[in-house]
Design a protein. Structure first.
Length: 362
């Protein structure tokens, strides 16, 4: 290969600066370089680069080999301008430590890849209005076609957030259906089914280990717990609150273990239920003989808890798929209508719930 060709391939050339020998990186290979090396037209290189049909396999392999030899990387920005899209979806979220957010993000990335789209993650370090506005403003610099936001509704004030032109938005885990398209699991139905299951077993009432106050999901589940008990004419115990972590469930569990009339607990997620199980066990409260415990999420480890945890299953894969399908549909149809799509939940009964050994007061 001659010197000029080597320079086009992105090799480094020696030169001197201040008496020292330094290396200078030559310009990157161009589409024309690839075409010359492969002995084809630039149009053929473009078709191979973009994955279009109509190129025989031998020629395609020849072009790919030339790309590899020259270190050629297609100019995604130029292709985006030509197509009118970047084939990238931005995802804005905070609190990546929670099971729900991580599994939703994983499902979005998987579904986007299946559709031929990449995902650009824009984490919000602190859940404030200014941070969310900053994340949305960065979208104009990161070249995305659409946005999926996994965050609380009170941080999505349409009056203070400026979206880049033509960027479509779908929100997960929110009730902003009058301003954005929303995809969520049936929080209300799942929580009510959990409480109803415990009441049907014969428990006089159900205590609730709620998530943090600022969480939309925690609010929905607490409201459903309260409504189900009210409809059944059952006493309403005071809400005890954690922060989604197993540690917070353990701390609350130490307190609940002292409540003699606590025979059933609905935890707003499985991680807090795990900590609760440990605390009750350490205080000598048998599960489910003395206290029944039910969670929410159905994390992969839920069946391996001791005892295996009764919980509410959320279909995170379906949430992610519908979020991606939602933004792609809005991109293609340019629809203006907003609404909420609910993904059904399912009660999974395992060994952590049973009829109370003794109904207090009888």
């Amino acid at each position: 290969m001659d010197t000029a060709h080597s320079a086009s391939a992105g090799t480094e050339e020696p030169r001197r600066r201040g008496g020292k020998r330094v290396m200078r990186r030559a310009p990157s290979a161009s589409m024309a370089d690839v075409a010359r090396l492969a002995g084809v037209s630039s149009q053929t290189v473009s078709r191979v680069s973009n994955g279009y049909a109509g190129v025989n396999e031998e020629t395609r392999q020849q072009v790919l080999a030339a790309m590899k030899e020259l270190g050629y990387r297609p100019n995604s920005a130029a292709r985006a301008l030509k197509r009118g899209e970047f084939r990238t979806i931005g995802v804005i979220t905070f609190n990546l430590s929670t099971t729900g957010n991580m599994r939703t993000l994983e499902a979005i990335a998987t579904s986007a890849a299946h559709e031929g789209y990449a995902v650009t993650l824009l984490p919000v370090a602190v859940p404030t209005q200014d941070e969310v506005r900053g994340a949305f403003s960065r979208l104009g610099e990161l070249a995305v076609d659409a946005v999926i936001a996994i965050m609380e509704v009170h941080l999505l004030d349409a009056a203070t957030i400026s979206l880049p032109p033509h960027v479509q938005v779908v929100v997960a885990d929110s009730d902003a259906g009058d301003r954005y398209s929303v995809v969520d699991t049936d929080q209300n139905g799942g929580a009510r089914a959990a409480v109803r299951h415990l009441l049907d077993l014969g428990h006089r009432t159900v205590w609730h280990l709620a998530g943090p106050e600022e969480s939309f999901a925690a609010q929905r589940r607490a409201d459903a717990w309260r409504a189900e008990l009210t409809d059944a004419g059952c006493p309403l115990p005071p809400v005890v609150r954690g922060d989604w972590s197993a540690e917070s469930g353990y701390r609350v569990g130490l307190e609940l273990a002292q409540q003699a009339d606590c025979t059933a607990v609905f935890a707003a997620n499985d991680q807090m239920a795990l900590g609760l199980l440990r605390a009750l066990h350490e205080r000598g409260r048998r599960i489910p003989e003395d206290v029944s415990v039910i969670g929410f999420d159905d994390i992969p480890e839920a069946g391996s808890f001791l005892p295996p945890l009764t919980t509410v299953h959320q279909d995170f894969a379906e949430v992610g798929r519908l979020c991606v399908q939602g933004v792609l549909g809005r991109m293609r149809d340019r629809g203006d209508e907003h609404g909420t799509t609910l993904v059904p939940t399912e009660l999974v009964v395992r060994d952590s719930t049973a009829a109370p050994a003794l109904v207090v007061g009888e």
